[in-house]
Design a protein around this ligand. Structure first.
Ligand code: GLU
Length: 449
C-alpha cells in the first residue's frame, strides 16, 4: 500500500492482515481508512485506549451458508452465500446483496466495512452490513433466478428483520431479485414486514427515486464539489464507467445538469458516442432486453464500440467510475489527469486503487470517494424505511429533494471535517473521519460492545 501508517495504526493493520488472511479487498478498504485516522487518535486518545478501531474492524457477526437450487435442466447447482453484519451502533445492519461470480468473504467484508462509514455519513439511523453470493445471474432465466433467490432466503430469513438487518440491492441484485427475495421472506415468516428490505417495487412498499438515488446522488456530490471551486457541470464532458443502475442514473442526472456524457461501458467494452450517449437506448438494452452494450452501435451507427477498451483514456472534464472495485488504477488516473480531468466521483464502491487515489490527490483535482459520493443510494433506502415505518408514500419530487439535501449535507460535513483535521479539499480524510467519529461516539456511549 502506498501510504505509511502511524505506528499504532500499523499494528492494528497487521492484526487485521493476520485475522483475515487472503482477503485483499478487505485489507485495502481497512488500510484506506487507517491512513486517515492518525490525527483522530491524537485528538481523541480515549478512542485508541478503548480500542474502538479494532472493534470496528471485527464484524459483529458473519453468516456463510450453502444455497442449493435446480437449474432449468433439472441439474443441481450449489452456491455459497454470505451476510456480514458488521456494525449496529447506529441502527440495524444495512447494506446490499451482491450476486457476482467474484464474490467471496473478502469482497463482502470490504463492502460491509465501507458501508459502516458511508451509512454513518448519511446522518440516518443505519448500521453497516453487506451480503451476497458467488451466483452468476448472467444468462440465467427468470425461473432460475427465482429458484435461487427462494433458496437463499430460506436460510437468510432467520438472520434479518426490520430491527435487525435490512438488505437491499447491489451488483446483480435489482428490482426482480428483491421481489423474489421479499416474496419468499413474506411467505416463510407470514409477515408483511415492508421494512425488512429496501429497493422494493413502488407499488409494494418501495420508495420513489430509490432506483435513481445512487447515480443521482453521485452527480449531486459532483455538483457540490464543483460549486466549492466556483464551477458547475454545465457544458462539461463526462465519461461514466458501467451501464448498470448506478451508471444509468448518473448519466441521466449529469445530462439534466447540462453535462455531455460521451462514454459508458460494460465488462466487455466501451461505447464512445461523441454526440452524447443515447440514454433511452442504453436503458432498453440493459434493463429490458438484458443485452450487452455492443448492441448500441446497431442503432447508433456513428458511435464507436471499443471491445476491451479503456474508458479512462477518453479525454473528459469529469469521470464517474460506476462499475466495480479497482476498475481505475494508477495508470488510468494518470491519463485522466494528463487529459485535463478536473473531477472524479465514485458511484461504485472502491473503484479507484490506492495508487489512483494518490495521483488524483497529488494533482489537486476534486476527488469524491465512494463512501461519500455514492451514499445517496443507501440514504434513500433509509428514506424508504422511514416511509414503511409510518406507512406513508412520498412523491418523487419530495424524495429527490430529500436526497439532494442529504448529499449537500454529506459534502459539507466532509469538506468541513477535512479542514478541521488539517487536510483542506481532501474528501477521503473528511469522509473517513466524519463517518468514524459518528460511529465511535455511539459505540463508546454503549460500553464495551
Ligand atoms: N448497495 C448499495 C450501496 O453500496 C445500497 C445499499 C442499501 O441501499 O442498503 O450502498
Amino acid at each position: 500500500m502506498s501510504v505509511i501508517l502511524d505506528e499504532k495504526l500499523e499494528l492494528i493493520y497487521q492484526d487485521v492482515l493476520h485475522r483475515n488472511a487472503g482477503e485483499t479487498e478487505f485489507h485495502q478498504a481497512v488500510h484506506e481508512v487507517l491512513e486517515t485516522l492518525g490525527p483522530v487518535m491524537v485528538k481523541y486518545p480515549e478512542y485508541a485506549e478503548r480500542k474502538i478501531i479494532q472493534r470496528i474492524c471485527e464484524p459483529e457477526r458473519q453468516i456463510i451458508f450453502r444455497v442449493p437450487w435446480q437449474d432449468d435442466k433439472g441439474e443441481i447447482q450449489i452456491n455459497r452465500a454470505f451476510r456480514v453484519e458488521f456494525n449496529s451502533a447506529l441502527g440495524p445492519y444495512k447494506g446490499g446483496m451482491r450476486f457476482h461470480p467474484s464474490v467471496y468473504l473478502g469482497i463482502i467484508k470490504f463492502l460491509g466495512f465501507e458501508q459502516i462509514f458511508k451509512n454513518a455519513l448519511t446522518g440516518m439511523p443505519i448500521g453497516g452490513g453487506k451480503g451476497g453470493s458467488d451466483f452468476d445471474p448472467k444468462g440465467r432465466s427468470d425461473d432460475e433466478i427465482m429458484r435461487f433467490c427462494q433458496s437463499l432466503m430460506t436460510e437468510l430469513f432467520r438472520h434479518i428483520g426490520e430491527y435487525t438487518d435490512v438488505p437491499a440491492g447491489d451488483i446483480g441484485v435489482g428490482a426482480r431479485e428483491i421481489g423474489y427475495l421479499f416474496g419468499q421472506y413474506k411467505r416463510i415468516t407470514n409477515r408483511y414486514e415492508s421494512g425488512v428490505f429496501t429497493g422494493k417495487g413502488i407499488n409494494w412498499g418501495g420508495s420513489c427515486a430509490r432506483t435513481e438515488a445512487t447515480g443521482y446522488g453521485t452527480v449531486f456530490f459532483v455538483q457540490e464539489m464543483l460549486k466549492a471551486r466556483n464551477d458547475s457541470l454545465d457544458g462539461k464532458t463526462c465519461v461514466v464507467s458501467g451501464s448498470g443502475n448506478v451508471a444509468i442514473y448518473a448519466i441521466d442526472k449529469a445530462m439534466q445538469l447540462g453535462a455531455k456524457v460521451i462514454a459508458c461501458s460494460d465488462s466487455n467494452g466501451v461505447i464512445l458516442d461523441e454526440q452524447g450517449i443515447d440514454l433511452n437506448l442504453v436503458k432498453r438494452l440493459k434493463e429490458v432486453e438484458r443485452r450487452r452494450l455492443s448492441a448500441y452501435t446497431e442503432e447508433r451507427s456513428h458511435a464507436k464500440y471499443l471491445p476491451g477498451g479503456n474508458i479512462w483514456q477518453i479525454p473528459c472534464d469529469v469521470a464517474l467510475p460506476c462499475a466495480t472495485q479497482n476498475e481505475l488504477n494508477g495508470k488510468d488516473a494518470k491519463s485522466l489527469v494528463e487529459n485535463g480531468c478536473i473531477a472524479v466521483a465514485e458511484g461504485a464502491n472502491m473503484p479507484t486503487t490506492p495508487e489512483g487515489i494518490a495521483i488524483f490527490q497529488q494533482a489537486g483535482i476534486a476527488y469524491g470517494p465512494g463512501k461519500a459520493a455514492n451514499a445517496g443510494g443507501v440514504a434513500t433506502s433509509a428514506l424508504e424505511m422511514q416511509q414503511n415505518a409510518s406507512r406513508d408514500f412520498w412523491t418523487f419530487e419530495h424524495t429527490e429533494a430529500r436526497l439532494q439535501e442529504i448529499m449537500v449535507n454529506i459534502h459539507r460535513n466532509c469538506f468541513e471535517t477535512a479542514e478541521e483535521f488539517g487536510a483542506p479539499g481532501n474528501y477521503v480524510v473528511g469522509a473517513n473521519i466524519a463517518g468514524f467519529l459518528r460511529v465511535a461516539r455511539a459505540m463508546d456511549a454503549m460500553g464495551v460492545i
